[in-house]
Design a protein around this ligand. Sequence first.
Ligand code: ATP
Ligand code: MG
Ligand code: FE
Length: 335
Amino acid sequence: VYVLAVESSCDETAAAVIRNGREILSNVISSQIALHTLYGGVVPELASRKHIENINPVIEQALSDAGKTLDEIDAIGVTYGPGLVGALLVGVAEAKAIAYAKKKPLIGVHHIEGHVCANLLEHPDLKPPFLCLIVSGGHTHLAIMKDYGEFEILGRTRDDAAGEAFDKVARAIGLGYPGGPKIEKAAREGDPKAIDFPRGKIDGSPYDFTFSGMKSAVLNYLNQAAMMKKEVNPNDVAASFQQAVIDVLVDRAMTAARDLHQDKLVLAGGVAANGALREALAAACKKRKIEFYHPSPILCTDNAAMIGAAAYYHYMKGERAGWDLNAVPGLKLAE
Ligand code: ATP
Ligand code: MG
Ligand code: FE
């Protein structure tokens, strides 16, 4: 079964061809980072316009890289939420048009489910159920993927997402957009024990997250240093902040694994690209005999290969989207 997948939920226009939900035949990503860097973040209207320009060439490239024609494709998978409404609409309209013209089944995919399914592309033996820690630009969830496409949410962030915190702190230190990779790089030159930022906890909710206190503590630290005309070592701030995020993520994931007797942990989302986080989780899992899975960095951030992997299982279950498939910017996982 060959799935052509389309992803346009944020600032990446992407298309991919996936065989049997597990094998990447092509994975084309056109990033708009250069465009949005000028503004320090994603500008929704510009993103939509850029998607419209990019989507046809990106899809043609994906088909040609895979050596497939549209006639050889069995189904079209597309992200229909969550994300920026204008950006999502470009992919949804395109996928509908192709599916209708070529009489192919259409599969609507949840973007976050896609992030988790990125792991299926690189770990052929990985099968649900498993515990997943989802850490992306807009989401931070602890969940159990009980079966393909079936999630039970254990906990979530009460305020900022982990990636969002990285982006905001990076901006405050003056590292620019997108913040995650820049913080990671600066942190390598800094001391993670230099500053003790708070590791926020939600009373009575052992699997929930809060990052806003940590973020405010970083901003306060920078403001106070500026007021006292004290010099700040941005590498120490980056390293100490990153360590605080890692400690919280490892703590919540290990608590859930212990309480719910999980022996597999799957990491997903853009922040999963962070090497220090992977190392910390790998070490914590090894100690507890938990098998740890994560995608390679290119499959952590937004791509269409992961959407194709998720679409495959919905296709096999006989699920089909109608021609009324619409973009759902606030689409929830497992609700
Ligand atoms: P969502 O998936 O929640 O809708 P999104 O698609 O915008 O949001 P992703 O593309 O999954 O987010 O991930 C982007 C986020 O990952 C950004 O916040 C970015 O800073 C973060 N990120 C990317 N690389 C790294 C890294 N090496 N370390 C930490 N964070 C990173
Ligand atoms: Mg992005
Ligand atoms: Fe994403």
